[in-house]
Design a protein around this ligand. Structure first.
Ligand code: GDP
Ligand code: MG
Length: 175
């Protein structure tokens, strides 16, 4: 009986990050376990839900993905309203997309709750061909904003379960 173990109201998680970093791909991999190399730009702000069982507590995560408005930095207040957590995504091969994570955090500070739970995903790790990538700066930055830093690949399904589990577990602990 699911009701007997029903957890708190759904947690709202918003995806943030530049266009093309792989936000939609991460969500689709996590929720539907699919990946497309030719993922077409999302045309509608989408909203997907996923149920998780955390130590016997059933938690529903409602995952908000953008409709491409991130290109204009115009997500609007409804996107942020009552968000429990934010997943900041950048492309591990695109330094600018990492630099701009700071802008997304700035926007979060203005638009979302002060105690919002944060995680950062360095996505497209499958494209790293050498050990040149230095994650120390990214990890230090993540720690400075109270976020955990994850290396992910939506293509290879790397690190993704861990990201969403970390976010949901922390959200649950806070309730
Ligand atoms: P969004 O604009 O942030 O939602 O990014 P999309 O999910 O639409 O992805 C943009 C492009 O990057 C698409 O061509 C995806 O197939 C590709 N992509 C997304 N994630 C990965 C990944 O982990 N590895 C690789 N190689 N490509 C990816
Ligand atoms: Mg998208």
């Amino acid at each position: 009986n699911m009701n007997a173990k029903a957890g708190p109201r759904p947690f709202k998680l918003v995806l943030l990050g530049d266009g093309r970093v792989g936000k939609t791909s991460l969500v689709l991999r996590y929720v539907d376990d699919v990946f497309s190399d030719s993922q077409t730009a999302t045309v509608q702000a989408s909203y997907l839900t996923k149920r998780l069982n955390i130590n016997g507590v059933v938690v529903t995560l409602s995952i908000w993905d953008t409709a491409g408005q991130e290109r204009f930095h115009a997500l609007g207040p409804i996107y942020y309203r009552d968000a429990d957590a934010a997943l900041l995504v950048y492309d591990i091969m695109d330094k600018d997309s990492f630099t701009r994570v700071r802008n997304w955090v700035k926007e979060l500070r203005q638009m979302a709750s002060k105690d919002i739970i944060l995680a950062i995903a360095a996505n497209k790790s499958d494209l790293v061909r050498s050990q040149k990538i230095d994650l120390q700066e990214a990890e230090r930055y993540a720690a400075s904003i109270g976020a955990k830093h994850f290396v992910t690949s939506a293509k290879l399904n790397t690190g993704i379960e861990q990201v969403f589990l970390d976010i949901t577990t922390r959200a649950l602990e806070k309730r």
